[in-house]
Each structure stands twice: as structure tokens, then as C-alpha cells.
Design a protein. Structure first.
Length: 215
């Protein structure tokens, strides 16, 4: 795919090399619009493919898709679901599998701080599932209502996870950025029984108010 982008760039450069400035501007702007439109359309296809591949016994609250660099044919996806427990799943998605099968999409294996188990969902032609994170929803709700440090963080986390670090502390973070066993920039260690609360917490609505019972 990177080769195709390079060839397209060279073709556009060659076509506008001797053109008038106005034509060059039109070629540049037009190419940018075509690229943006292709990624926008591919994002919609990836989101729909993930939703279609899921079990129907869980409430799908969010599908977060991210294209691989310079490649609208391959996306990574993260779902947020509710089925008694809180469930998040990771996947690789091919937006046009007849042209570029999901098996050809680059391996995006991640060794995260959050514990992901093997996927219980079958792959499709579009979607290869790479694991799922399952945790008691009641624990997340309790953290939001009873732990002021967690409540402050949950104003920022679109795909939250949490894990017990030791008797005194928890690790809480966002699965979108949890890509290594160590703490990434969005992973924070907090007290299980806070001795102090953060100051100047913004009055933003938590992204996962649909899980926290604050709708």
C-alpha cells in the first residue's frame, strides 16, 4: 500500500510539473480531498464490519477504529460492550478483503498492561479478533462513585481498564493506548483508598457515562 501511495504521489508530481500554478493548486487540493474521503469511507466500512461480526447478546456501545499508516485497507478496532460485565475487544479489520485480505494486514500484536484473554468471537472475512478484556461492570461503577482519583480519570477515558497493582494501588488507563506491559502515557497508578483528591477537575461528561449509569 505504501508503494501505491508513492506511485500516486509521483504521478501527481509529474502531471503538475509543467502546469500552471492554478492547476498545481487544484491537483494538490483535489488529491488531499480524495485521500481524506477514502479514509473516511474506509472508516465507515471498518466500523460496520466490526458491528456485524459481533454477538448479538451484548449491547455495543462504541467501535473505535484506527487506520494503519497510509493504508485505508487495514484498520485496528476496539469495541466497548456491556453484557452484565464490561467487555472490550481488539481486532484487525480489512475494509476490502477481496482486494487485500485481513491476513495480509500487518501484525499489530500488543502486549498490554490490561489482561486480554483469547477471543470468544469467530473471525469473518473482514475481521480478525485479537483478544478481549472482561471485567465486572460493578467495579467500574464503584470506582467512579467511591474513588475520587478514578472518577477524575474517567472524564478522559473512552475505553477504560483497571487492574490491581498491590494492596494499596490500582492501575487505571485507556485501552486505546495500552500497548506495552509497562505504564504508557495514559496509564496511571492511583490509590485504592485515596488519601487526597485531584484539584481543578474539569466538569466534562465522562465518555463512558453509558457504562457508569450517569445517562
Amino acid at each position: 500500500m505504501a508503494l501505491a501511495v508513492a506511485v500516486l504521489t509521483l504521478a501527481c508530481t509529474g502531471a503538475s510539473w509543467r502546469a500552471l500554478p492554478r492547476v498545481r493548486a487544484l491537483v494538490g487540493v483535489g488529491t488531499c480531498l480524495v485521500v481524506a474521503a477514502s479514509f473516511f469511507a474506509a472508516s465507515s466500512v471498518a466500523t460496520a464490519a466490526v458491528a456485524d461480526a459481533l454477538h448479538r447478546d451484548a449491547a455495543l456501545l462504541d467501535v473505535i477504529v484506527t487506520p494503519l499508516p497510509a493504508n485505508p485497507l487495514c484498520f485496528t478496532a476496539l469495541t466497548v460492550e456491556r453484557r452484565g460485565d464490561y467487555i472490550a475487544r481488539r481486532a484487525t479489520v480489512a475494509t476490502w478483503p477481496a482486494l487485500y485480505p485481513v491476513e495480509r494486514c500487518p501484525d499489530t500484536e500488543e502486549h498490554s498492561t490490561a489482561h486480554f484473554s483469547a477471543s470468544s468471537t469467530a473471525d469473518t472475512g473482514h475481521v480478525h479478533w485479537r483478544g478481549e478484556y472482561v471485567a465486572p461492570l460493578a467495579e467500574l461503577v464503584a470506582l467512579y462513585h467511591d474513588n475520587c482519583q478514578a472518577a477524575a480519570l474517567l472524564r478522559f477515558l473512552r475505553a477504560p481498564y483497571w487492574a490491581i497493582a498491590d494492596d494499596e494501588t490500582l492501575i487505571i488507563g485507556d485501552l486505546r493506548y495500552d500497548r506495552s506491559p509497562g505504564l504508557d502515557f495514559s496509564d496511571v497508578r492511583i490509590e485504592r483508598r485515596p488519601s487526597s483528591c485531584p484539584a481543578a477537575v474539569p466538569s466534562w461528561i465522562p465518555p463512558r457515562r453509558d457504562l457508569l449509569g450517569t445517562d
